[in-house]
Design a protein around this ligand. Sequence first.
Ligand code: AMP
Ligand code: MG
Length: 350
Amino acid sequence: MTTLTLALHAMATRFEMVLHGENPVALRAAGEEALAEIERLEAQLSLYRDTSEIAHLNARAAQGPVRVTPSLFALLLHAQQLHRQSGGAFDITIAPLVRCWGFMGGGGHLPDAAALAAARASMGMSLVELDPDQLTVRFASAGVMLDLGAIGKGYAVDRAIDILREAAVASALLHGGTSTVFGLGHPPDAESWKVAVECPRHGMLRARAGVPPGRGQDARATLMERARAEISATIQPQRAPGQTLATVPLRDEAMSVSAVWGRSFQAEGKTFGHVLDPRTGCPVSEAVLAAVVLPSATETDALSTALLVLGMEGRAKLAGLRPGMKSLLAAEARGQFRVESDGLAITGVR
Ligand code: AMP
Ligand code: MG
C-alpha cells in the first residue's frame, strides 16, 4: 500500500490531498491530474483574476448577454437553485457587499453608509438572467458582480474527486483551505476519515485576539497539520481535546465549515466576519460556526454558508432540503455558546 500527499496553492488557500493505493505511479498521475483541474478551475472562476471567465462576465454582462462555458452555466444554475432553496441566504451576487465591507482581498472594515446602500441596490439573484438555450448570462443592471467564494472551493473539490474516481482511486482525503473536506472511501486502517471541527469558543478567542489563520489556511474545520508535515497513513484530528467541537467521520462524503473567524475584524467591541447576510447587508451575528455534511462538496460549501446566515431558525429549513444531511451550528450570545447538531456527535467543550 502506497500513501501519497500532494498540495497546491489555489483560490487563495491551500488544497491538500492524501491518497492511498497499490500503484504509486497511477496514484501520483491521478493526484496530479486532480490538482491540475483545481488550478484550471481557479483560472476560470476567480473573481481576482482579470483573465477569468467570471471576471469577463462581471465586466460585460450588464451591457448584454454573455455566453459562458456549459460547466460554468451549470454551476450558475446550481447556485440559483441553492439561493432559492436557502430562502436567499446563499447569494452569489454578494460581491458588491463583500467589497463594501472591505473583505474583497482585504481583512474587512466598517462600510461607508452611502456605499452600503449602493451595494445593496446592485444585489439580488433576480438581477441575473440565465438563458439555458443560449447559455448566456445577462445582468439587469450595472454594478452587479458575482462572487463564487462560498461555493467555488466545494465545486473544485467535487471535480477533483470525480477525476480520482475515474482513475479508480478508492481511498483519498482532499481539502481546500480546511473549510471543505472530502473523504473518498476510507483510510486503509479505519472505516472512515476523521475530521475535527474547531471549538467555536477557541475560534472566536483567536479572532478577538487578532490571530490570523495559518498561512494559506482558514483553520476552521480541521487537522491536516500532520498530513502536510509528513506522509502519514491515517489522518487524525490534531487539536487538543478542548479545542475540538466534534470529530466527524466522512466516507464518500464532504463536510464544509463556515465560520465567522474564517476572516474577520474587530470594531466597536464586536467581531465582524466575512459571511454577510444578504437580507440585512451586514455580517452574520449570533451564529459563529456552521458545518454541513453531504455527498456533494459543492452543496456543503454553499449550504454551510447559508446555514451560518440563517442561524438557528435555518436548521429545520435546510435539513429538509437534502435527505441524510448532517449539520452543526454554534451560536454565541452574551459570551455563551450554544451548539445544536443534526446527526453529528458533539464531543468537545461548548
Ligand atoms: P464560506 O467560507 O464558504 O462560507 O464563504 C464565504 C465567502 O463567500 C465570503 O468571503 C464571501 O466572498 C462570500 N459570501 C459572503 N456571504 C455570502 C452569502 N451570504 N452568500 C454567498 N456568498 C457569500
Ligand atoms: Mg461556503
